[in-house]
Design a protein around this ligand. Structure first.
Ligand code: XIL
Length: 373
């Protein structure tokens, strides 16, 4: 009996090691964090179209959810008022279906990456409320309707609020009014009653913005509208957010009965532009050097600092995992991260878990250790 039990333990142990370390010594993040949250990445077209096979391999190994980095944004999927272009979005959705991933559509309503013509008539005049609502409904029912049943969750509205907690002054607001948010949620639910619907924004850890999101969610619920979650983008830095502000945000949103997701995680280790605001322009070349201090590679000591901060952030996420159901990285590996071009164009950035050669960085091991202590 005892021998049998010991044998059982050995077999179970071997199987679980086999699952975590299938083929090589690197565990799959979706298995490592299985008890906590889904793990995802934002994908560009090269990843899903077969042009970037190595990146696709990273994604299929580590992720159980994916988000469209650009191809579902208005400018790409609906470039002219009377013209839709679904080719790239279709490829993205097919990739997710093929690999049985939870597919997130990003994003239906945003002030950026949308042509000016989306808001005007043929004569270039801003549309009135009624006409803009018709256009919004057409866009949402067309896009959500096309992927009904396959895209499981939508970032319905992105970045509608300022850091001060006001509605951002955008053409959405100028044409429709503040209830463009509610209207977008209403139309999205009509187009796919089973899809989860999210509000997505950055800097939600700031108290004024947190309070505004709480008001927004309450308002949508009071109107009887469906909202399943709030996505906190998570373009984080070495000293923000603080754990205290993050916890306060997650607790406030969870108390409303909606999910919290980290939807666009990356960790910037480069100097912030604001540190050099007002710097003498005659120092331009020197300024460029300061803002792009590691054009060739990140020194080991900095890798470690980056890894430690990632571990700190993941221990914060893990401790809130009952309220957080998804953590999605904004990109797959450093070479194609948007942070190589923003907020400073052309710098060499190191925000993700995989380096320019598709290799896992110290940050990868550091976050795995958070749950495999
Ligand atoms: C970024 C993409 O990563 C870039 O490729 C694109 O040029 C600009 O947009 N917040 C969002 C994302 O919600 O859609 C943005 O994605 C990054 C900031």
């Amino acid at each position: 009996m005892k021998a049998l039990t010991l044998f059982g333990i050995l077999v179970a142990g071997a199987i679980s090691i086999g699952v975590l370390y299938s083929g090589d010594s690197q565990p799959a993040l979706k298995d490592v964090f299985k008890e906590q949250f889904m793990i995802g990445a934002a994908l560009n077209d090269a990843v899903v179209s077969g042009k970037d096979v190595n990146a696709a391999e990273i994604v299929t190994k580590h992720c159980n959810t994916i988000t469209a980095e650009n191809v579902m944004k208005w400018a790409l999927i609906h470039p002219e008022p009377n013209q839709y272009d679904f080719a790239a979005a279709d490829r993205f959705v097919e990739f997710g279906v093929k690999h049985k991933m939870f597919i997130v559509g990003h994003t239906l309503v945003w002030h950026a990456q949308i042509p000016d013509a989306a808001f005007t008539d043929n004569a270039g005049k801003l549309l009135n409320r009624e006409a803009m609502l018709v256009r919004l409904k057409d866009h949402i029912s067309t896009v959500v309707g096309r992927y009904k049943g396959r895209v499981k969750g939508w970032d319905v509205v992105n970045e509608a609020l300022t850091d001060e907690g006001e509605f951002r002054d955008t053409k959405w607001r100028q044409t429709i009014g503040d209830d463009f948010v509610a209207k977008a949620f209403e139309y999205a639910h009509q187009a796919d009653p089973d899809a989860e619907l999210y509000y997505n924004d950055f800097s939600l850890e700031k108290p004024a913005k947190r309070d505004a999101v709480v008001r927004l969610v309450k308002d949508l619920k009071a109107k009887g509208l469906r909202i399943d979650g709030v996505g906190i983008q998570g373009h984080w830095g070495m000293d923000y957010p603080t754990r205290e502000n993050f916890d306060a945000f997650v607790d406030a949103v969870a108390a409303l009965g909606v999910k919290v997701m980290v939807t666009e995680l990356d960790l910037d280790i480069l100097p912030s532009v604001s540190d050099y605001q007002g710097a003498d322009v005659s120092m331009r070349a020197e300024l460029q050097k300061k803002l792009n201090p590691f054009p060739d590679s990140l020194p080991d000591s900095m890798q470690q600092v980056h890894a430690n901060r990632y571990a700190e952030l993941f221990s914060m996420l893990v401790s809130q995992s009952k309220n957080i159901n998804r953590v999605t990285f904004w990109g797959v590996y450093d070479k194609t991260s948007w942070l190589n071009n923003w907020p400073v164009p052309g710098r060499t950035s190191y925000p993700l878990l995989f380096d320019r050669n598709y290799q896992a960085k110290p940050a990868f091991d550091a976050i795995v250790k958070v749950v495999q202590k």
